[in-house]
Design a binder for this molecule. Structure first.
Ligand code: ADP
Ligand code: MG
Length: 359
């Protein structure tokens, strides 16, 4: 698309097409993939179709000031954009095929674009997900990534399908994404006075480099009854599974979660005040781990499939027929979780303007 009368591309690149060629249609990003017949450069990309497969598509937009601050490091920002989209494919049990990128920028900065492009290339190569094409326009910084993937027919993992008695498992650890955001926005509130460079980069990574659980989602296709990726916090995301899995006219599904079994990292245990840990692990977003429901008969196979991948996989509760989510506390008592979600300290502290994460 031409930039129109709202400005012109800077002298860094002569034309929009030179910009696209230099930063996007480059071999590290638009690399060969068996299912990509034609990548960027023509009017549209061409993907091969195969019988026995279904196409899985997901899109996310990240806007400056809403989803990330204006000074977000471009390479890390690019990583996050692609990783959170890949996490949606992971949650469906899909294998990546490629992605498109719609980028709007107020000005053209060679250095910003180079870092952004390098960050994208790192993730694209790691997950074999080449850039298929896109659109480049002038405007407030906004990044839209659409990922394409595929699954064997009718094997995608959905939010529907959970049944009373299913066990609720999560991959990895909970709470780190939200704790990392809190650290990036309000480090003075964090117990972070003596943070080392290594720990600082672990917190940056926890926010900007979530791990899309692609191999895990694929391994669980035939073993899980329902799944999603945790973007808003397990307490709120699990409700999507309960709603989608409750049969029409049937008994409402609920869940019991055991606060003593929530997996959290060592950094999390050290830095997050003890009285806030459960709330953050349950209510904090941005973890992009998978929440997976497994029928008891599939439990052994699911656990060994994830052990074979070396991925932590913890049972944190089960689905039942009572409505809502009940929480087993540290003392073994049970409380019903508030309907409006779980308040945690990230909400109590005034977030820096332009750095909020959820729309
Ligand atoms: P058109 O005007 O026909 O829509 P464009 O000028 O928008 O064409 O794009 C030309 C080619 O460059 C297309 O193949 C498009 O996919 C690709 N392209 C444009 N912007 C990007 C981008 N940000 N990333 C990858 N490919 C891009
Ligand atoms: Mg176009």
């Amino acid at each position: 698309m031409r930039p129109g009368n709202c400005g012109h591309w800077s002298s860094v690149v002569a034309t929009e097409f030179e910009l696209i060629g230099r930063y996007f249609n480059r071999p590290e990003l638009a690399f060969a993939h068996p299912d990509v017949v034609l990548g960027p450069g023509d009017d549209a990309a061409i993907l091969a179709q195969h019988t026995g497969r279904q196409l899985v598509v997901s899109v996310d937009t990240l806007n400056v000031g809403v989803h990330f601050p204006a000074d977000a490091p471009p390479a890390l920002l690019a990583e996050r954009c692609l990783r959170v989209n890949l996490s949606d494919l992971a949650a469906m049990g899909a294998e990546p095929l490629g992605f498109t990128l719609a980028l709007s920028m107020p000005t053209v900065s060679a250095c910003w674009l180079q870092d952004f492009s390098d960050g994208l290339a790192r993730v694209a190569q790691q997950f074999n997900c080449p850039l298929l094409g896109g659109d480049t326009t002038r405007g407030p910084l906004s990044i839209t990534v659409q990922v394409h993937g595929h699954v064997p027919v009718d094997q995608a993992l959905r939010r529907s399908g959970a049944k009373a008695g299913d066990l609720i498992y999560v991959t990895g650890e909970l709470g780190c994404g939200a704790a990392a955001l809190w650290y990036l926005q309000n480090s003075e509130l964090f117990q972070a006075r003596d943070i080392s460079a290594a720990e600082h980069s672990r917190w940056l990574a926890a926010f900007y480099r979530p791990q899309p659980r692609l191999a895990e989602g694929q391994a669980l296709r035939t073993l899980a009854s329902a799944a999603l990726d945790i973007s808003d916090g397990i307490a709120s995301d699990l409700k999507h599974i309960l709603r989608a899995s409750t049969p029409e006219g049937g008994e409402t599904l609920g869940a019991v979660l055991d606060s003593r079994r929530l997996p959290v990292s060592e950094d999390f245990q050290q830095r997050v005040p003890a009285d806030q840990q459960v709330a953050l692990a349950l209510g904090g977003g941005d973890d992009y781990e998978l929440c997976v429901c497994v029928a008891p008969g599939n439990e052994v196979a699911a656990v060994s499939a994830l052990a074979a991948l070396g991925t932590p996989f913890h049972c944190i509760g089960h689905i039942d027929t009572g409505s809502g989510i009940r929480l087993i506390n540290r003392d073994g008592g049970c409380t019903t979780m508030p309907d409006g979600g779980y308040r945690h300290f990230a909400e109590q502290s005034a977030a820096a303007p332009g750095a909020g994460v959820h729309p």
